[in-house]
Design a protein around this ligand. Structure first.
Ligand SMILES: NC(=O)c1ccc[n+]([C@@H]2O[C@H](COP(=O)([O-])OP(=O)(O)OC[C@H]3O[C@@H](n4cnc5c(N)ncnc54)[C@H](OP(=O)(O)O)[C@@H]3O)[C@@H](O)[C@H]2O)c1
Length: 333
């Protein structure tokens, strides 16, 4: 069955759509002016106490090193011990000129979805630093397959092969979804419940940065489980930011970033889009932008910035965004 083309736009509608990005950009900058008191006046960069959950690789690792480079105290958390030692050393080298000690920069093995691990990390921070200024929630897991493919059913148009999903296939989807929920929702949830009281009670300007994803607000094929679980933690943190106005929440919404994120997909799916290592955002650049956003107290950062308009456009002209998403993920139904 051939898909009907997206409806043609009238000149008036096209002009209206073209004006949206300009109008939104102006409004966004008026509303999100820099705060009068700079955060660095309350929490100087040197000595800032930063916890990075998911710092053994990728964006979290780059953020750990960049924070160390400017003299912050950095605690890196992840599950892979070997990588943890590597990043700990890189951070210590980066902070060498500040005379940082082992109490200023250290790694802790831990899973952010396990309450006992996070309580252990919190106890270490209290002992070594007496508190926390900045929480970076970078950890997350990918999932790359169309949902029905996870259940073992090929899908073409309206026909499925086999015609019905099996009990085993449905159970497999449930298991994969549980892994995605644990990595993308339960982890951020436990991190928030563990560290919000510590941040609120020990920092003069507490901040939390969640590395979310553009996929959590712009739907895409093959990203059903990934996007919906990232969306859940995004909305969780957006609501928490209203419940805790004394904490500055920042949500980062990147498109594809270079690195090995897809290799650890909870559904072991193939990469369908263009090679992230050739076409993705550079992780050092994303890390730099995250830190700048925290310094400036920015609420939501889309990367690249044009994704903010793609998100808005979805609500006005979904067929256009859906077509682009099918092309990006090389998906035919
Ligand atoms: N890469 C992209 O294209 C992209 C695009 C948009 C958004 N993002 C988001 O950016 C964040 C970072 O991704 P990345 O590209 O830097 O991927 P990455 O290199 O795979 O980094 C993920 C990090 O999360 C840690 N992690 C995963 N599960 C964990 C757990 N249960 N407990 C503790 N640490 C855990 C991993 O460490 P261990 O395995 O050692 O625990 C690793 O350090 C993710 O939240 C992702 O959703 C990525």
């Amino acid at each position: 069955m051939t898909r009907p083309p997206p409806p043609a736009l009238s000149p008036k509608a096209a002009a209206f759509l073209a004006a949206i990005p300009v109008f939104s950009y102006v409004i966004y900058h008026i509303i999100n002016r820099k705060p009068r008191v700079k955060r660095s006046e309350k929490v100087p960069h040197t000595g800032e106490r930063v916890l990075v959950l998911g710092g053994t690789s990728g964006i979290g690792r780059s953020m750990s090193i960049q924070y160390a480079e400017r003299g912050a105290r950095v605690c890196v958390v992840g599950r892979r011990e070997g990588l943890l030692e590597e990043v700990e050393k890189e951070c210590r080298d980066a902070a060498a000129s500040y005379g940082s000690t082992d109490n200023d920069i250290f790694g802790l093995k831990g899973d952010f979805a396990r309450p006992e691990d996070m309580v252990r990390v919190r106890a270490e921070l209290l002992t070594k630093w007496g508190g926390l200024d900045t929480l970076v929630v970078a950890a997350g897991v990918s999932a790359l397959q169309p949902l029905l493919a996870v259940a073992g059913a090929g899908c073409k148009g309206t026909s499925l092969t086999p015609m019905h999903t099996t009990t085993e296939g449905i159970q497999k989807v449930s298991d994969v979804a549980t892994a995605a929920i644990t990595g993308n929702y339960t982890g951020p949830l436990i991190a928030a419940v563990t560290f919000i009281p510590l941040l609120s009670s020990t920092s003069k300007a507490p901040s939390i940065v969640l590395i979310s994803s553009a996929a959590s607000v712009i739907p895409a094929p093959t990203r059903t489980l990934y996007a919906s679980t990232k969306a859940a933690s995004l909305v969780l943190y957006q609501a928490l930011s209203i419940e805790h106005p004394q904490i500055a929440f920042t949500h980062i919404m990147p498109a594809t970033v270079e690195g090995d994120f897809r290799a650890s997909a909870v559904d072991s799916g193939p990469v369908r889009e263009m090679d992230p290592n050739k076409h993705g955002l550079k992780r050092e650049y994303v890390a730099q932008r995250c830190i700048r956003a925290v310094d400036r107290g920015e609420k939501t950062v889309f990367m690249p910035a044009v994704m903010r308009f793609a998100h808005l456009l979805y609500w006005i002209w979904p067929a256009f965004i859906e077509k682009k998403a099918r092309v990006k993920y090389n998906f035919e139904a």
